[in-house]
Design a protein around this ligand. Structure first.
Ligand code: G3I
Length: 332
C-alpha cells in the first residue's frame, strides 16, 4: 500500500476546506490520494450554511460533496447543532424555547434533506457536555461576563434526543453521531456520554455512532485514550475518531522547536491511537479515523493557540512526517 486509504482497513480521511482544495494543488492531491472519507472543517457548520435567518448557502459544502462523490469518497457531515460556538449570530439571539426548537427543527430538516443520500453520516449535536460534572451545558459565560446563547438552558437537557429524531426524519439513511472532545481526559464527561448513548438506545432514539474528537497532545496519557475508546465501543455503536491531531507544543512555548525527541513522541502517540482503535473497536463498529486537517501549514491549532505547532501527518510542504508513519505502523 502506498497511501493511508490503501493501507487502512477502515475509512480514513481529513477535515477539509473548499478554498485550499481549489487553490492549492498539493493539498488537493494529498486529499485525493490519501483519503477515503472527508469531513467539512467549516463549510457545513450552521454559521456558514445559514449566515442569516431564512438564508441557506450550500456553495462550499456542495463543492466538497461533489468532489467526494467524483472520487468515491465518503462524506461525514459536521455539524447540525453546536451548543454555541458556530451557531450563527441570529440564532444566538433566540431566547424563546418554542421559537428556538422550531428553528433548529427546520434547520435540520432543510440541511438534512439537501444532503440526503450524499452525506453518509452526521454529527447531529457537537460538544453538548461541560468539562466539569459531565452535565449538559446550561450556562456559558464569555470572558467579559456576558451570558451566551445556550441551547441546553433554553430547551432542557433532552434537546439532544429530539435533534437526533429530527435528523433521522430528514434523512433516514444517514448514520447519526454524537461528537465531543476531552473524553480521554475527563472521566465524568466520558461517563455522561456513555450514559446518554445507552439511554438513547433503550428509548429507541436513533443514534448510530459516537465521535471521539481526540484533539490530544504528546502528553495525553495512553491509559485515558484506551479507556475512552473501550467505554465508547462497549455501547455497541459505531466509533469515529473524528478530529484527530496530536499537538507537540501543549505548553504553547513561544520559541518552540520540534526536536527529534518530540517528533518521536508524536510518532508513538499516533501509533498508539491507531493500534488501540484497531485492537479495541470491533471491526463492525470501526467507522474510521479522521484527522482534523491535512497539513501543518493549514492546521487550526497555531491560529487558536497563537503558538507554533505541528500536529498533523503532513508538513507544510505536504511531505509525509514520522506522524504519518505512526498511523501506518499502528495498523500492524
Ligand atoms: O475566515 C475568517 C477570517 O476572514 C477572519 O479574519 C478571522 C478573524 O477571526 O476569522 C476567520 O474565521 C475563523 C475560522 O476558523 C477560519 O480560520 C473563525 O474565526 C474561527 O472561529 C474558526 O475556527 C474554527 C472552529 O472550529 C470554530 O468554528 C476552526 O477553524 C475549526 O477547525 C474548528 O473545528 C472544531 C470542530 O468544529 C469541533 N471540535 C473542535 C474543532 C477545533 O476547534
Amino acid at each position: 500500500p502506498t497511501t493511508l486509504a490503501e493501507a487502512s482497513p477502515f475509512p480514513v480521511g481529513f477535515a477539509i476546506n473548499p478554498s485550499p482544495m481549489q487553490n492549492n494543488a498539493r493539498y488537493r492531491q494529498t486529499v485525493t490520494q490519501e483519503a477515503s472519507s472527508i469531513t467539512a472543517d467549516l463549510a457545513m457548520k450552521p454559521s456558514r450554511i445559514s449566515p442569516q435567518k431564512g438564508v441557506f448557502n450550500f456553495e462550499g459544502a456542495d463543492y466538497l460533496v461533489d468532489f467526494a462523490r467524483s472520487q468515491k469518497k465518503r462524506v461525514h457531515g459536521h455539524t447540525l447543532v453546536w451548543y454555541i460556538n458556530t451557531s450563527p449570530e441570529w440564532l444566538k439571539q433566540l431566547r424563546d424555547s418554542t421559537e428556538l426548537e422550531t428553528t433548529l427543527r427546520e434547520y435540520i430538516q432543510t440541511v438534512g434533506t439537501h444532503f440526503k443520500g450524499k452525506v453518509a453520516s452526521w454529527d447531529v449535536v457537537n460538544e453538548a457536555f461541560d468539562n466539569n460534572q459531565g452535565a449538559i451545558r446550561r450556562d456559558s459565560v464569555d470572558k467579559s461576563g456576558r451570558t451566551l446563547f445556550n441551547v441546553g438552558k433554553i430547551l432542557g437537557n433532552d434537546y439532544v434526543a429530539r435533534m437526533f429524531q429530527y435528523a433521522h426524519k430528514a434523512d433516514p439513511g444517514a448514520r447519526l453521531f454524537y461528537n465531543d472532545y476531552g473524553q480521554e481526559t475527563i472521566p465524568a464527561k466520558l461517563n455522561a456520554i456513555v450514559a446518554m448513548a445507552t439511554d438513547f438506545q433503550q428509548r429507541g432514539i436513533p443514534i448510530h455512532g459516537l465521535g471521539l474528537q481526540m484533539h490530544i497532545s504528546i502528553d495525553t496519557p495512553d491509559a485515558g485514550i484506551e479507556t475512552a475508546i473501550r467505554k465508547l465501543a462497549d455501547t455497541g455503536l459505531l466509533i469515529h475518531i473524528s478530529e484527530l491531531d496530536v499537538a507537540m507544543n501543549p505548553g504553547k512555548k513561544k520559541d518552540f522547536i520540534a526536536t527529534p525527541a518530540l517528533i518521536e513522541q508524536q510518532y508513538q502517540k499516533y501509533k498508539f491511537v491507531v493500534s488501540t482503535y484497531k485492537k479495541v473497536v470491533p471491526v463492525s463498529q470501526q467507522f474510521g479515523i479522521t484527522f482534523w486537517g491535512v497539513d501543518d501549514g493549514t492546521s487550526w491549532i497555531p491560529g487558536h493557540c497563537q503558538c507554533t505547532d505541528y500536529a498533523l501527518p503532513f508538513d507544510a510542504q505536504f511531505a509525509r512526517k514520522r506522524a504519518y508513519q505512526g498511523f501506518l505502523d499502528g495498523l500492524h
